[in-house]
Design a protein. Structure first.
Length: 57
């Protein structure tokens, strides 16, 4: 389960992307997470997914 707080979500998602997953889609599929909900939550704190770095920046 991923945190609801956007700042905590950012930290957890970026850590998992860096250490365990090759893409946001892979993370979402493996964790049964809603990709759009993650993207929208992090957009609220001005972060967007960058496919080239595989991180929210």
């Amino acid at each position: 389960m991923l945190p609801k707080d956007p700042v905590m979500l950012l930290s957890v998602v970026n850590l998992k992307l860096r250490d365990f997953y090759s893409s946001l889609d892979a993370l979402c599929e493996d964790m049964d997470a809603d990709r759009e909900a993650i993207v929208e939550s992090l957009k609220k704190i001005n972060y967007e997914y960058d496919e080239n770095t595989n991180q929210f920046v």
